[in-house]
Design a protein around this ligand. Structure first.
Ligand code: ACO
Length: 379
């Protein structure tokens, strides 16, 4: 009899794929997209340029970027029949469940859904990326009983989403802030949802199935769903002075504080560094300083109590305050993560397809052997 030894729980430290898109040094708190520091990209780039970089492994020229933006803008509009689908959805459905369902449904509106040759896969990746903001914004307006706002192809990915959501063009500051959030969430090594997408496509399934599964993985509270958990916590604490007792009590009861800790980072998540500055600025600009102060107070308590264990704020912590200041409803926070991460998932799917081998690990069986079958009447 052969016995297999189990890999570390949660596959911690296991290298399960190669990627040329993002590099993480968890000890030093470094994140690079194709070798470029995330902070530089957040400050100087735009989401469209970052997606081009991830998918082509080089920064675009002006002509290439303009062409890519035009291509993406051509995908803002949904396929015929999708809006009718959205209008039939229950208004009280959770947006992440809606997004998962609608991205899956896109596959039924594609005349050739299973094609995964490089050209077709890239075409589908662009379609899903272009459609995702429209799906989320249209569902939000439908559930609020507001008139649907159709996409404006003169606007950027970030600007068009805020326009479709709110029915008015965002200010430059809001568009820029939201665009930076999209950049920061685009890709992150072999995180859980990206791994999920790669596992699904490794069966030579299809792009829609890989994206749908990734959305399902992202929504969990230990992954992308943490940003909503952060906001619930912030809403539940009346004032910054109540923070120490609340957080210390939670830690004593061994409860997790959402937005802190990371499987890979044992230093400050570099995405949180930028988001912290952004969150502070936006909170001041929009009269949400009290929220930022509560976040800051939580960070102080966590620094004193658990930073020595390598637990620092992750990307979800300050994105909660940032999204609130941008005016987004709490249950849209995780969909915002998904909207950006579609670019990373798709890039990984393209990488996986370029050098595929079926993911099929083993399980170490730890149950009994040679058990006699007991007829049902004798149990
Ligand atoms: N609050 C309090 N304690 C924590 C936290 C936290 N947020 N995170 C980890 N710890 C503690 C654990 O209680 C455990 O302590 P112990 O050794 O005394 O038992 C130790 O740190 C290790 O924690 P694990 O959960 O085993 O670490 P793991 O690598 O499996 O988890 C994870 C990483 C899931 C992100 C974890 O830190 C967590 O649950 N954080 C809160 C949820 C969150 O913010 N998720 C978003 C992650 S980023 C992203 O996906 C975009």
């Amino acid at each position: 009899m052969t016995t297999a030894t189990a890999a570390p729980k949660g596959l911690e430290g296991i290298v399960a794929a190669e990627t040329e898109m993002s590099f993480i040094d968890g000890e030093k708190g470094v994140l690079e997209y194709v070798g470029i520091a995330i902070d530089d990209l957040a400050r100087h780039s735009c989401f469209e340029e970052v997606v081009y970089l991830l998918w082509n492994l080089k920064l675009p020229t002006v002509t290439e970027l303009d062409a890519f933006k035009a291509e993406l803008r051509g995908r803002y509009a949904l396929p015929h029949g999708m809006l009718e689908r959205i209008k039939r959805l229950p208004k009280d459905a959770e947006p992440m469940h809606v997004l998962r369902t609608l991205v899956s449904a896109l596959g039924m509106h594609d005349p050739d859904p299973n094609a995964i040759d490089p050209k077709a896969a890239r075409h589908k990746a662009l379609n899903i990326l272009g459609h995702t903001p429209t799906l989320i914004a249209m569902f939000d307006r439908h559930r609020k009983g507001e008139e649907i706002v159709h996409p404006d192809t003169s606007l950027s990915f970030a600007g068009n989403f805020l326009y479709m959501l709110n029915g008015e063009r965002p200010t430059e500051t809001m568009e820029r802030a939201f665009d930076a959030c999209m950049i920061l969430h685009a890709d992150h090594g072999l995180n859980n949802s990206t791994f999920t997408a790669r596992v699904v496509i490794s069966t030579l399934s299809d792009m829609y199935s890989a994206m749908t599964a990734a959305i399902g993985a992202l929504r969990g509270p230990l992954h992308g769903g943490a940003n909503e958990g952060v906001m619930h916590l912030l809403n539940d604490i009346a004032s910054p002075k109540d923070v120490p007792a609340r957080i210390e009590g939670m830690l004593e009861r061994k409860e997790k504080i959402m937005g802190f800790g990371h499987r890979v980072y044992k230093a400050y998540d570099p995405r949180a560094t930028y988001l912290k500055t952004l969150a502070k600025q936006l909170a001041e600009d929009t009269g949400n300083s009290a929220l930022y102060e509560k976040s800051s107070a939580i960070e102080k308590v966590m620094e004193a109590k658990v930073a020595a264990k390598g637990i620092y704020p992750n990307v979800d912590f300050y994105s909660a305050t940032t999204y609130h200041s941008i005016g987004l409803d709490l249950d849209l926070f995780t969909p915002m993560f998904a909207m950006s991460r579609v670019s990373g998932w798709a890039g990984h799917v393209l990488e996986q397809l370029a050098d595929n081998r079926l993911y099929r690990p083993k399980a170490a069986y730890i149950g009994p052997h040679g058990v006699a079958y007991t007829p049902i009447g004798e149990r």
